[in-house]
Design a protein around this ligand. Structure first.
Ligand SMILES: C[S@@+](CC[C@H](N)C(=O)[O-])C[C@H]1O[C@@H](n2cnc3c(N)ncnc32)[C@H](O)[C@@H]1O
Length: 339
């Protein structure tokens, strides 16, 4: 039976047992939070005790570990809850349990910052506006493509350079300072040539940025590598400090809580966050599984990014809606539009 690109109506603690071991590249899911909602059909979430809830989650999780390839990863999004006016920290208890029971490594606790959190009336607590996405790996051979994650940050950086007057403003200050400096005619000519060169490197994106230090204008550099620069200034009248580096890919991701018109599901996670995680942890044609797939956000994001998908959901109403969403989804690369 070909199970790819399908959503199965069923209980994941039963359905997952039917799949072969080491067959999935990424499992990404948001299980029902503890005592938060009634999704019906006897699923996980409304157990009487925290322990019972966690044990049910671990049962499903054990299957997830079996199914995941050595190069794969498992990402779990869980929200916290106030019990008797205190945060229960259930997501973190779950993550600690996973590390202890399954000997997986937690490589990141990616924090989703909600740009439009639900306002609460409680004047004695701040508004909860974050949720963790725990990224677990099975072995050190895990696939990880940091360049693909939030890759538009790099594009933005290049486009903002292009937009700053075709980059012609870059280094203007240094040309003026060189003119004013006490460097000899030859030293000035050499410095201008080196300045032209480094500006081209910035414009082509080879270099993040640079600084120039000019004799008797800028303060003297000190020791270490700076000592080498000091000698360069003495000999040539200037030095250029090249700054390499890409945009930092941090363990936080900002996105509003999404509500899709007509979606019957009350707790949808943002497609944008899921897309970024899929890009980070998989390649085209890899298999992405969501064992609590609700309205199908994971499957939609996977399809858009040309990954294979597989969903399991206990409530048939959500499965019908997820199927509609999938039918409307083109499996083509998402184009980022910059305004
Ligand atoms: C938090 S929601 C997931 C929402 C989803 N991420 C989305 O964007 O639409 C959790 C889902 O798990 C389903 N569920 C609960 N217990 C289940 C089980 N044992 N097997 C499969 N699905 C289950 C619920 O019906 C609910 O739709």
């Amino acid at each position: 039976m070909d199970l790819m690109n399908k959503i199965i109506v069923g209980d994941s603690s039963v359905e997952l047992k039917k799949f072969p071991s080491n067959s999935i590249d990424l499992i990404i899911t948001s299980p029902p939070y503890f005592q938060q909602r009634e999704y019906g059909f006897g699923g996980i979430g409304n157990e009487k005790s925290e322990m019972e809830y966690l044990n049910n989650l671990y049962q499903v999780f054990a299957e997830c570990v079996r199914l995941t390839k050595k190069t794969g990863s498992i990402v779990i999004n869980l929200g916290d809850k106030y019990l008797d006016s205190s945060l229960s920290l259930i997501p973190y208890k779950f993550a600690i349990g996973v590390i202890e029971k399954f000997k997986l490594k937690l490589i990141n606790n990616l924090t989703w910052i909600k740009l439009n959190p639900t306002p609460r009336q409680d004047k004695r607590k701040l508004v909860q506006s974050t949720e963790p996405f725990f990224i677990f790996i099975k072995s050190n051979d895990y696939y990880f493509n940091q360049d693909a994650y939030l890759d538009y940050l790099e594009l933005l950086k290049i486009s903002s350079k292009k937009n700053s007057g075709n980059g012609n403003g870059i280094g203007k200050k240094y040309y003026e300072l060189l003119d004013k400096s006490d460097l000899s005619k030859e030293e000035k000519a050499h410095a201008r040539k080196e300045l032209d060169k480094v500006i081209t490197e910035v414009k082509t994106g080879e270099l993040e940025s640079f600084r120039m230090k000019i004799r008797n204008i800028h303060s003297q550099p000190f020791g270490g590598q700076e000592g080498g620069r000091k000698m360069h200034i003495e000999k040539h009248g200037f030095t250029i400090i090249r700054i390499y580096g890409k945009s930092l890919k941090k363990d936080v991701i900002e996105s509003p809580v999404e509500s899709i018109r007509g979606n019957p599901h009350p707790a949808v996670y943002p497609e944008y966050v899921i897309q970024q995680i899929i890009k980070l942890l998989t390649k085209e044609n890899d298999i992405v599984l969501d064992p609590f797939c609700g309205s199908g956000t994971t499957c939609v994001a996977a399809k858009m990014l040309k990954r294979k998908y597989l969903g399991i959901e206990i409530n048939p109403e959500y499965v019908n809606y997820a199927q509609e969403r999938l039918n409307q989804t083109e499996d083509e690369q998402i184009e980022m539009v910059f305004i």
